[in-house]
Design a protein. Structure first.
Length: 274
């Protein structure tokens, strides 16, 4: 067992990370701007009131704990002030970034080339500036995370509601349980100031996904109005190496099999027990 972990910002990912982390840490805490409303699933001694925009809440973060930062690292000034106040240089810090940090690929080449951790990032974006500040000055480990899906966040529903449409654009996805495992692997094994792409390693086009969903569940989609988008194809080799060091691997590499599982589980949950 390791010492304590604090999850800064307790949204969707934190709900899956927290129970997993309890097998590795003696104490696991989670923060929220309104913990009594949003963290009712946790015991009172696990809840921490924290708001980056309210420096008076920063002192609630105990010293000498590992941290997973789950919200956008903005604005820069507050990020740096908090990092100094919380002695982040002396901690293991994992920051959840996004693969959207990488510059969009604009070449006519299709499919787009593979994107690894050496690809340039878009430093015009305030969030990317904050993440790079934490990485370069405070040793933060950056996880560039693909689109997150899982229970209650189903790509089939994205298609059904028109949130996504058919196109040749590539999309990279990661199941939330694999993301939680990747966070722990990074905390235990990643190099300080390292960057790791977190995806299932199997980018697909929205055309492929929409066609499969229509064939299996008769859910139709409309064509995208974007002009020949290409998207990215993200390499996850470095993250897979960390998972092996951690004694595990990605569980949900096959999107289509996982969507079948999500659909079966959602049907079972909607069917009352007799």
């Amino acid at each position: 067992m390791h010492h304590s972990l604090i999850i800064l910002g307790s949204g969707y990912t934190a709900k899956f990370l927290l129970p997993l982390a309890q097998h590795r840490y003696s104490h696991v805490f989670a923060t929220s701007r309104d913990p009594d409303r949003h963290l009712t699933h946790l015991s009172l001694d696990q809840r921490i009131r924290f708001d980056l925009a309210r420096p008076e809440t920063w002192q609630a973060i105990p010293a000498s704990t590992d941290l997973v930062w789950c919200f956008p690292a903005v604005p820069n000034e507050l990020v740096q002030r908090f990092a100094d106040a919380a002695f982040l240089r002396a901690r293991r810090l994992v920051v959840l970034s996004s693969t959207s940090a990488y510059n969009d690929y604009t070449s006519a080449e299709y499919p787009p080339p593979w994107t690894d951790e050496t690809a340039p990032v878009d430093l015009i974006k305030p969030r990317v500036q904050g993440e790079e500040l934490l990485r370069s000055n405070y040793g933060a480990i950056l996880l560039r995370v693909a689109g997150i899906y899982g229970p209650g966040r189903n790509p089939i529903e994205w298609i059904r509601t028109g949130r996504v449409n058919r196109s040749r654009k590539y999309v990279n996805l990661i199941h939330v349980e694999d993301l939680a495992s990747s966070c722990l692997a990074a905390l235990m094994h990643a190099d300080p100031s390292g960057t790791y792409n977190v995806s299932d390693g199997n980018p697909r086009t929205w055309m492929e996904i929409c066609q499969m969903v229509e064939q299996r569940w008769n859910i139709r989609s409309t064509a995208s109005q974007e002009l020949e988008p290409s998207g990215k194809r993200v390499l996850n080799n470095r993250m897979c190496e960390l998972l092996k060091l951690h004694g595990t691997d990605l569980r949900y590499r096959d999107l289509f099999k996982t969507l079948d599982l999500l659909q079966r589980n959602s049907i079972n949950e909607a069917t009352p027990l007799r």
